[in-house]
Write a protein that binds this ligand. Structure first.
Ligand SMILES: NC(=O)c1ccc[n+]([C@@H]2O[C@H](COP(=O)([O-])OP(=O)(O)OC[C@H]3O[C@@H](n4cnc5c(N)ncnc54)[C@H](O)[C@@H]3O)[C@@H](O)[C@H]2O)c1
Length: 442
């Protein structure tokens, strides 16, 4: 009899998901949550987005988009047809069948994982948790978060996981700005607390995603997401280290990577750069290192990679200094135009961007620095508001150095090469046009 009731709860939910009658909530309407909410609504689900940021909630309800990956007009259409709305009021969770949690997972002031957003959200979810509800955590976090932090809080309600409600960790893999891989064609990993939890979640995500990979536990899913990002951090550190060596040895590191990339197996190209940025690669490895210490384990490779990447902005400014010195110009007072503040090309996200550090270091050396980024009209650096300047011909000609921090596609590199006194190119953006006396590539 008990078994029958249990089957019924999961099967009822699966049926609702299959027929798209399930109502879905997405908590945290940022880079991850908003595109997810839009995709689910496009599939025909009724979706409610929850956020603590009133401005974002209001914008969604007006059909105004603040995340570049959401196609213009798509959001407005879904709001108009009442497939998607946003609210600050968590009591809507009472009427919802599936909940996807996409809240931030930053570091605190001691540079330790700050999972307070997950904790706060879990408390809200627990308040309205009811039989037949699926909860999926998508925020990147350390292994153990789902079962050690969320599960006990949710089970305090007296409801039982795998029987009354379903809990999974299913990491988000969105790559902002990526035109080739999107939510639909990027496989999704699901790790449920029980097998039934995973099966229910398969029916939520399988509706919009081509390939689903079920793993044996939330911990495996939490760890695999960290592996993906640590893999990037370590490989970027490796090419950055080799780039510094190659400069001493007068070898073109970019050519080396391009050559190695011709190997059809066992090698994936990573390129040097001014450091790492964004909400993921600089922070996520620290989540694992922190957790590893609880087991008396030092993650040496991870920490070394982080150090090398963190030191890159200082290294880049040393290059700028040397290149200016070669033109008999001191960095103090030099007019430097920083090109691109986003942490990677063609997006407007400047969280943890190495360009910010480059700006700060240039200021420290008393350079006369301004920035140009068509994606980021203004931002705050060290508490001070800065605005993107117009990249006029006269600015290009009068600047002592153009420092390419981000290789936005829209930049006119040919014009820069033709007119600038000096370019320091940390992204290899000018390489395809040839080698030039006024261009120093990292
Ligand atoms: N941005 C990426 O490229 C990316 C890729 C994969 C995974 N992730 C992971 O996804 C998670 C979210 O990242 P993001 O880039 O979307 O963050 P974001 O800062 O863009 O968005 C998070 C949103 O959550 C809201 N929020 C904060 N606390 C809340 C609460 N208690 N209740 C409801 N809403 C709340 C914020 O107001 C914000 O709108 C993080 O764990 C991140 O590591 C991000």
């Amino acid at each position: 009899m008990l078994k029958l009731t249990h089957m019924k709860t999961s099967e009822t939910l699966i049926a609702k998901l299959k027929t798209k009658k399930a109502r879905i909530a997405v908590i945290g309407l940022g880079y991850v949550g908003l595109p997810l909410a839009v995709e689910k609504a496009k599939m025909g689900f009724s979706v409610v987005g929850l956020d603590v940021n009133k401005a974002r909630v209001d914008m969604v309800n007006k059909g105004e988009c603040y995340i570049p990956d959401v196609v213009d007009g798509a959001l407005a259409e879904l709001v108009k047809t009442k497939k998607l709305r946003a609210t600050l009021d968590f009591s809507v969770l009472k009427k919802v069948d599936a909940i996807c949690i996409c809240v931030p997972t930053p570091l605190d002031e001691n540079k330790d994982p700050d999972i307070s957003y997950i904790e706060a959200t879990t408390k809200q979810v627990a308040k309205y948790l009811h039989k037949g509800q699926l909860v999926s955590l998508e925020s990147t976090t350390y292994p153990g978060t789902t079962e050690e932090i969320m599960l006990p809080e949710l089970e305090k309600t007296g409801l039982k996981v795998g029987k009354d409600f379903f809990l999974v960790f299913s990491p988000e893999r969105v790559d902002p700005g990526n035109k080739q891989f999107n939510l639909k064609n990027t496989p999704k990993v699901i790790g449920g607390v029980t097998k039934t939890c995973s099966e229910v979640a398969r029916n939520l995500y399988g509706q919009i995603i081509d390939n689903i990979m079920i793993v044996s536990s939330p911990k495996v899913a939490e760890m695999e997401k960290l592996l993906e990002n640590i893999y990037r951090s370590v490989n970027i550190a490796l090419v950055n280290e080799l780039a510094m060596l190659c400069r001493k040895m007068k070898i073109d590191m970019w050519e080396v990577v391009d050559a190695a990339a011709t190997k059809p197996y066992g090698f994936m190209p990573f390129y040097p750069g001014p450091g790492i940025g964004g909400h993921c690669i600089p922070l996520d490895p620290i989540y694992l290192s922190w957790k590893a210490k609880k087991y008396g384990f030092n993650t040496e490779v991870i920490e070394l990679a982080a150090r090398i990447n963190e030191d890159m902005p200082e290294y880049v400014i040393r290059l700028v200094k040397d290149a200016l010195a070669g033109k008999k110009k001191n960095i103090e007072g030099a007019k430097v135009v920083l090109l691109g503040m986003a942490y990677k090309k063609d997006i407007n996200d400047w969280r943890e961007s190495p360009a910010i550090k480059l700006f700060e270091i240039l200021k420290k050396y008393k350079a006369n620095v301004v920035y140009h980024d068509p994606f980021i009209p203004s931002l705050k650096i060290e508490g001070k508001a800065e605005r993107s300047v117009k990249l006029t011909d006269s600015l290009i000609k009068s600047a002592d150095c153009l420092l390419i921090a981000t290789n936005h596609t829209c930049f006119d590199y040919k014009k820069m090469i033709k007119n600038a006194k000096l370019i320091v190119d940390t992204r290899g953006a000018t390489r395809k046009f040839g080698k030039f006396k006024n261009v120093e590539v990292l």
